[in-house]
Structure formats: structure tokens, C-alpha cells
Write a protein that binds this ligand. Structure first.
Ligand SMILES: *Cc1c(COP(=O)(O)O)cnc(C)c1O
Length: 239
């Protein structure tokens, strides 16, 4: 094994143990939680090594980086998740490789994604990104719709050709009532997700938790944790 592959294998084993322990602590089966490895800023060669090590779900947050990486990885048995803020001019590219978009947060994005998915003859699973620090009717600083906007977006997704409502996503807020209270934030997301499932039973994904707070997300009931640095290492600069 190359040094890099060893390093990734060691990190993956640590993350796997964290997820297993967090599941065991609250009596959840390990199989209820999917690890999505966030490969942003890291090269396609790392994506390939991760696939060789058994990773099946990867995520990216910028189309400029993701599109070439996904193209280079087209032979790998991977499910691609797009987790970044999404501009409508990137939508056509994103639906070409993303099986899931976690960052749907406005009606206009639903319209664009739908047109692009139909044109590409793809079906895109769409998670609504919830900003738990946004005021009613508003959007969060880092994207996401306020909780009271979830129902409308879910209805639009359910009607949109080429799309299906797949669940909810959040990033633990840095401000507002949930600042520093990740588990409470994730519990609120899980509550909103169960309301969503009442109307759209197949929308059963709850995407929450990153390297620093995956235990809190698993405890709250997340089905997908998005882990970057704990697997790949610290990213240079912002990312
Ligand atoms: C980068 C990123 C992650 C992973 O964050 P880490 O702290 O590196 O684990 C998860 N979700 C989103 C939306 C991201 O942009």
C-alpha cells in the first residue's frame, strides 16, 4: 500500500469506529448510518483510493472541482452527493454526476434542477437544506431555507419532473438559538424530517454531522454523516 492509502485506511478505520460507537451508544444499528466522505479540495487519486478502501459515497461542494473529479472517477462504483451552495448556472453540470443534491433551498433552484434532470434523462434525489438559524421565511447565511419553508419546497420537488424529495440536510449553525448546541440542532432537524416523511414517505434521508460533530448527529438520528477532514486530513486554507 502507498503511504497515502495507508493514511486514508487508518483515518477511515477511526471514523468507522466513531460511527459504530455512536450507534451503539443510542441503540442504533450501524447499518442505519451511511458515511459520505467529503473529498472537496482533494484530488481524484484520493477518490480512487477511497473507493478501493470500500467507500461508496463521496461528496463535493464546488462544481468546478467536482465535475472533472467525477469524470475521472466514472469507472468507480460511487454515489456522488453535491453538498455546496448551488448557483442555477451550475445545475446542468451538477445533475450530470450528482445522484443527490443536499442543498436545495429555494423554488428557483427546484425549477432549474428539474429542467436539467429531464434534459439529462436523470433522476436527482433532492434534500432540502434547512437553516436552523434563519428567521421565518428567510434563508441562512450559509444557504438553507428556514424551517417554515420546508413544506413548500418539498411539494415543489414532489411535482417536479426528474426530481424526487429525498430528505433534509443541515449544517450546525454558528449563530442563533442553536449555536454551540449541535445535538439540539440535529434533533430539531430529525423532527422536521419526520414531519416531511408524513407527507412524503420516501423522503427518508437525514444528512447531518461532519468531522467535529458526527457523534451528536448519529445520536439525534441522522442517516447520513458528511465527513471530510477526519478522513482526508486538514484542508489547506478555507474549504
Ligand atoms: C466540507 C463540508 C463537510 C465536511 O466537513 P469536515 O469538517 O471536513 O468533516 C460537510 N458538509 C458540508 C456541506 C461541507 O461543505
Amino acid at each position: 500500500m502507498t503511504d497515502r492509502k495507508c493514511e486514508l485506511a487508518t483515518n477511515l478505520a477511526k471514523v468507522e469506529e466513531r460511527i459504530s460507537k455512536a450507534c451503539a451508544a443510542v441503540g442504533r444499528a450501524r447499518s442505519e448510518v451511511t458515511l459520505v466522505v467529503v473529498t472537496k479540495t482533494y484530488p481524484a487519486s484520493d477518490v480512487r483510493l477511497l473507493a478501493e478502501l470500500g467507500v461508496r459515497h463521496v461528496a463535493e461542494n464546488r462544481d468546478q472541482d467536482a465535475a472533472p473529479k467525477a469524470a475521472e472517477s466514472a469507472d468507480l462504483p460511487l454515489t456522488w452527493h453535491f453538498v455546496g451552495q448551488l448557483q442555477t448556472n451550475k445545475v446542468r453540470s451538477v445533475v450530470g454526476y450528482a445522484d443527490f443534491v443536499h442543498s436545495v433551498d429555494r423554488p428557483r433552484l427546484v425549477t432549474s434542477l428539474s429542467m436539467a434532470a429531464v434534459r439529462a434523462e436523470r433522476e436527482t434525489g433532492c434534500l432540502i437544506q434547512v437553516a436552523l438559524d434563519a428567521e421565518d421565511g428567510g434563508r441562512g447565511a450559509r444557504g438553507g431555507v428556514a424551517p417554515d419553508g420546508v413544506e413548500e419546497l418539498a411539494g415543489l420537488l414532489a411535482e417536479a419532473p426528474g426530481l424526487r424529495p429525498a430528505g433534509l440536510m443541515t449544517v450546525a449553525p454558528l449563530t442563533g438559538p442553536y449555536a454551540g448546541r449541535q445535538q439540539a440542532a440535529f434533533e430539531r432537524l430529525v423532527e422536521l424530517a419526520s414531519d416531511l416523511r408524513a407527507a412524503h414517505p420516501a423522503a427518508n434521508m437525514v444528512s447531518a454531522g461532519m468531522s467535529a460533530d458526527l457523534e451528536q448527529a448519529v445520536a439525534a438520528g441522522a442517516t447520513h454523516v458528511r465527513v471530510g477532514t477526519a478522513v482526508l486530513g486538514l484542508r489547506p486554507g478555507l474549504g
